[in-house]
Design a protein around this ligand. Sequence first.
Ligand code: BES
Ligand code: ZN
Ligand code: ZN
Length: 518
Amino acid sequence: MDTKLLFQDADGFQTQMLAVFAVDIASGKDAEPLLALLATSDAITNAAAKVLASGEFKGTLGETVLLHAPSGLKAERLLVVGLGKAKSLSVDEVRRGAGTAVRSAKPLGMRDMAILFPEDHALSDEHLETLPCTLLARAVVEGAELAELDWDTYRSDRKDRSVRTLAVLAKEEEKSARAEIQLGFEEGLILARAQNFTRALVNEPGNVLTPTELGRRTAAMCAEVGLTCEVYSTEKLAELKMGAFAAVAQGSAEPPALIVMTYEPTLAKGEVAVEGAPVIGLVGKGITFDTGGISIKPADGMEKMKYDMAGAGAMIGAMRAVAQLKPKVKVIGVVCSAENMPDGKAFKPGDVVTAMSGKTIEVVNTDAEGRLVLADGLHYAKTLGCTHLIDAATLTGACVVALGILNVGLFSNDEAAWESFVVAAKISGEKFWRLPCSDDYKDQIKSQIADMMNTGKNRYGGAISAAMFLKEFVGETPWVHLDIAGCAWNDDSKPWIANGPSGVAVRTILQWVRSYSA
Ligand code: BES
Ligand code: ZN
Ligand code: ZN
């Protein structure tokens, strides 16, 4: 989609469809909806007046009404998009509203459309403060770009229903607001496209996206945006003594891939690199298919385990955005990719493996493979000089049981890192819920014969046991662990987004990285 921002009057804008937002400004819980458009144009207000007064359109989030040949407008159609109650309005509703607008256009075969940047005259002052222009602009473009994708790549009967051009129309404002909107728009475009890059990777089936292919696609992306990228395989794992990662890979005919992406901030003329500046490590679980290995998974739902590389996908997408947004901080992305298969050569329950850090692990369950590859990935990132670590992984079914599909499980050994992550999540509009990983849980992974086991001694708090395992490999380094098992794949579609890969965490990780920018 060719998405552009225009500071132009909406009434005279020629397009197949102009979308405007409406909110319910009625006060009182059970009051009948009283709708107000987030538009100042008289022509738009008049065109929508009848349908808004009819009571047929309630203006709830995701609800739309389409008007043909609106008088006084050059647009061929006017789409009114509900955002819900004005009282609870946030940038998230605007993100979803913009998505709803795009997804309404697609089945109608609309090729070009416009969205009116929300004009807030209908809202109270209280709202104006909570909806800064930059974040609003970001939300509009993010919602629209995320909504445009449908996962029909492998359908031979697919119809091209893409919206080709989208104009976000904003009023000619005073200069400062213009600059803010422009900035938000540009950032939003980069973030959403990075997230879409992640989603496209996660959507790929396991026979197409092998570890080698993931390496190839990552290297191509890195070359495109100017990141350094190295892709290693079996020999390098042996050389680095990554015994945990190698054990997972050994049962597959597909060789593993250790992918390292590096972003170095450019120094301004005369600027010298700051001694002791932070180096951020992004580590992703990249299991391109998880059968469970010898501890094989039940057949029911196993096909979904192609998304077991969503953590890697998130880090690759985040690195893409890093390269484009250019924060003043060094960032290293480490992806540990393998296929977890049962085989004559596969690792087995009871095996003891030695991780790169030198710690020994008793493998109790070969299906707990994600933590094994991450153990070596996290330690390796530290040896590359990372001072702050974050990992993302579809790590445990237990996390899905605990938090469902709306909140990512978050663990951290460092209050400051956690706090800056919370701030980042507020800006990105993604949801995370912190779970504990204090040392009193360590007993869970105590082994009889090795330094630790790769599962908890029972099923209680399975997401925590996995986090405790990872914690053994990060040591004192400030670290955030994201268990995205429940959020990386949406089974149900929404009016604003297709079902399938979500690309969760990309935007927040990026925002968190930027918080370390000098
Ligand atoms: N990839 C799975 C976790 C998962 C489950 C991701 C559901 C997405 C949806 C992981 O490798 C796994 O199988 N974990 C086991 C750990 C157990 C054996 C300790 C699990 O959660 O059952
Ligand atoms: Zn598994
Ligand atoms: Zn897995």
